[in-house]
Design a protein around this ligand. Structure first.
Ligand code: XMP
Length: 324
């Protein structure tokens, strides 16, 4: 797709039929742009990169190589799902990079949030560039840029986004969804047959669980966060109307618990659920007591090391959506 301005005549993609038209157009355009050359894509498993992957697989099949970097800060089940959907169902060329130790070693002892973001961003680029250099004959780089990224290049997302592309990888870009809004990307993803929990995924920061495991990340606290977060998302996800963003946080503090008459120190899990339009301001969502109680009981019973469950009822401002 050429140009960075959405033409006024472009129809908003709201139905499966319109999505199918868009997919056909893009498949033709991608084939034309790429020819018989090879394309590389960093596939995080988020909706934008997943839709781009599915579009490219449809257009050029094995000429696409997807690289999925597991930095250890993904949510429960995410790397497994990327592998099962893209390698298993779509028969894609997928390079899975287990970089968990590498990231967690670099992050050990680091408490400053911006420093954590920088390390995660830089390490990601390094890992991706290393993988790219191992592959022969790549000439194109696909990216899940969407229209708001172009429009709000100095908005919240840009402020948070660390890194970018390795500059020494001199590839031509393939950005098939760059003129689409998020809701349109989802309609296209659905029409491409991606699973609902991939297509309707809530926003997830690039540094992932890294900014929700407050302070210096330790492996055991990170694992507890991942488990607690899965429970929080599962239970809140059952509501008829789900909030815009909902997740768990695990602060770097301990408090007293009591079990079999013995006192011990354990972590606290914080529940965060907010509604927002643009993430610039946000309102804490009033959760039903039933849901809160189920989360509390499950977290205490199922998550190792946790003895307290808290609910963050703060609005933005002054409290940012993420804790770091
Ligand atoms: P805050 O915490 O600033 O978050 O109220 C606003 C929105 O941005 C997301 N967020 C990030 N996204 N990289 C990202 O790609 C980041 O480092 C980052 N930090 C926060 C946050 O989840 C919320 O949706």
């Amino acid at each position: 797709m050429s140009g960075n301005v959405r033409p006024e005549s472009m129809k908003r993609i709201t139905t499966e039929e319109l999505a199918k038209e868009f997919i056909e157009e893009q498949v033709t355009a991608i084939k034309e742009q790429v020819g018989d050359k090879k394309v590389l894509l960093a596939l995080s498993g988020g909706v934008d990169s997943s839709v781009v992957a599915a579009l490219l697989i449809r257009a050029i099949g094995k000429q696409l190589t997807c690289v999925h970097v597991n930095h250890g800060l993904l949510r429960k089940g995410e790397p497994e799902q990327v592998i099962s959907v893209f390698r298993g169902e779509m028969d894609a060329n997928l390079v899975y990079v287990d970089a968990v130790d590498r990231f967690l070693d670099k992050l050990a002892g680091v408490t400053d949030p911006e420093q954590k973001r920088k390390i995660i961003g830089k390490e990601f680029i390094d890992v991706f560039a290393e993988e790219a250099k191992k592959l022969d004959g790549i000439e194109f780089l696909a990216q899940g840029t969407i229209y708001p990224d172009i429009l709000e290049s100095d908005g919240v997302k840009a402020h948070h986004n660390v890194g970018g592309l390795p500059e020494d990888l001199n590839f031509e870009l393939v950005e098939p969804v760059k003129l689409l809004y998020k809701d349109e990307v989802r309609v296209v993803g659905k029409a491409l047959g991606l699973p609902d929990n991939m297509v309707y995924r809530q926003p997830f920061p690039g540094p992932g669980l890294g900014v929700r495991c407050v302070g210096a990340i330790t492996r055991d606290r990170l694992e507890s966060l991942r488990e607690a977060d899965a429970i929080v998302r599962e239970e809140i996800g059952k509501l008829d109307e789900t909030p815009w963003q909902y997740f768990a946080v695990i602060p770097d503090m301990q408090s007293t618990g009591i079990k079999d008459g013995k006192r011990y120190m354990g972590w606290a899990v914080v529940i965060r659920a907010i509604n927002t339009v643009d993430a610039v301001t946000a309102e804490s969502v009033v959760l039903p007591w039933e849901t809160l109680r189920t989360i509390r009981d499950r977290v205490i019973a199922e998550v190792p090391g946790v003895n307290r469950v808290l609910w963050d009822m703060s609005d933005k401002p002054v409290s940012t959506i993420e804790w770091e």
